[in-house]
Ligand binder design. Sequence first.
Ligand SMILES: C[S@@+](CC[C@H](N)C(=O)[O-])C[C@H]1O[C@@H](n2cnc3c(N)ncnc32)[C@H](O)[C@@H]1O
Length: 409
Amino acid sequence: MDTFESGHGFEDLPPEWRSVSRRWGHSLHSLCSYFAMFPPQLARFFVNWLTEPGDAVYDPFSGRGTLALEATLQGRRSFSSDANPLAVVLSRAKTRIPSQRALLKRLAELRNGYASASICIDDEPPHIAMLYSDATLMQLVWLKSQLDPRDDVDCFWIATILGMLHANHEKSGATRGFSISMPNTFAMAPGYVARYIKEHGLERPTVDVFAMLEQRLGRLNLPTAKRVSGRTWLHDATAPPPAWLVRERPKMIFTSPPYLQVIKYGKYNWVRLWFLGEQPSEVDQRLMASASLQRYLAFMEVVSKNLRQVVAEDGYVCFVIGDVRRGEADLNLAQAVWDNVLRAQGWHLHGIIADEIPQQRKVSRIWKHNSGRATKVDRLLLLSPTPRGLPDIVKPSWDAHRTFADTRT
Ligand SMILES: C[S@@+](CC[C@H](N)C(=O)[O-])C[C@H]1O[C@@H](n2cnc3c(N)ncnc32)[C@H](O)[C@@H]1O
């Protein structure tokens, strides 16, 4: 590994993670799409720089588990929580990764069970039935009834299914997912999808879910042995942290809190939440979503107070916070959080640096007319609980992204 010269401040940090291809990352990162994920390169850089193998790292807004996977790949102990049950399943799949053999064995069991099961799809909601052929829906309903998210192998299969529940078809007509042709990233409102199906005469494809899952698994490049690197749990970041997490003393908390009312995670994931047996409106109620700056700052005040209890005394907290549009101007939300919340809590600030993101890469562009929309600037706000220096910057070995580090924990 290369190191940069020592003595750099955070503000001089070269955007090393931007020098790597946009497609960089382990194939597991793309298990299922998720709004407002941060780039794996960024997570990799900070895990390498601020932690050592065996250290604990924590993401309290873990989303699809980008930090969780990078920490796991690099032999760190990974702790992740989120108030969205979809995020918990995705992050858990990247923290407790089963072996390919165990996954294939379970898939065979499920396929055999399905062969002799009698499954009724009459009670499934019409807006779900409009997406899948009857044969495909029967397989999905069977898998939904059999898979237990508390089991690591089953949780991994659930996450894989969630990633394939809807996707566009290829020009050739080949399917990438199980549904009629529709975007993979998010699902438009059921009424809109119903009209679209009718107007464009879309046919529900008959696909074999079991065969597609097996093919997908073959492309995920899993470790040969199972890899269990930590824990993931459902948790509202404004609630007190669990005592066991406080005892873990994570060396680094690296996280991207929600922005000002940019994203309705429940509403746009109604198909995935059907599979999880969750109500989209209930999920959205549990998540922070307010266009009020005052409420957002009050939220961040509680969150950062909780994180102060958790992070190691010699550790670091990095918030990735995007600028948001307020009226005609862009608001530097990270700076506002520092000025109004963190400074008074006595944190040591290493600096706030801008990370420019090409606009078209942000999924949140579909909300471009919203007042709280995300703009092209994300900012990294780096803190420590007490004044301390920064370690020498370590360049990750970017070419090793396809493998899991040897370090076992
Ligand atoms: C910007 S996203 C994080 C994305 C993540 N870094 C990734 O790479 O996928 C913000 C996350 O905050 C979660 N969230 C919103 N309100 C929350 C709350 N009160 N407590 C915990 N998580 C919350 C959302 O469910 C979402 O997953």
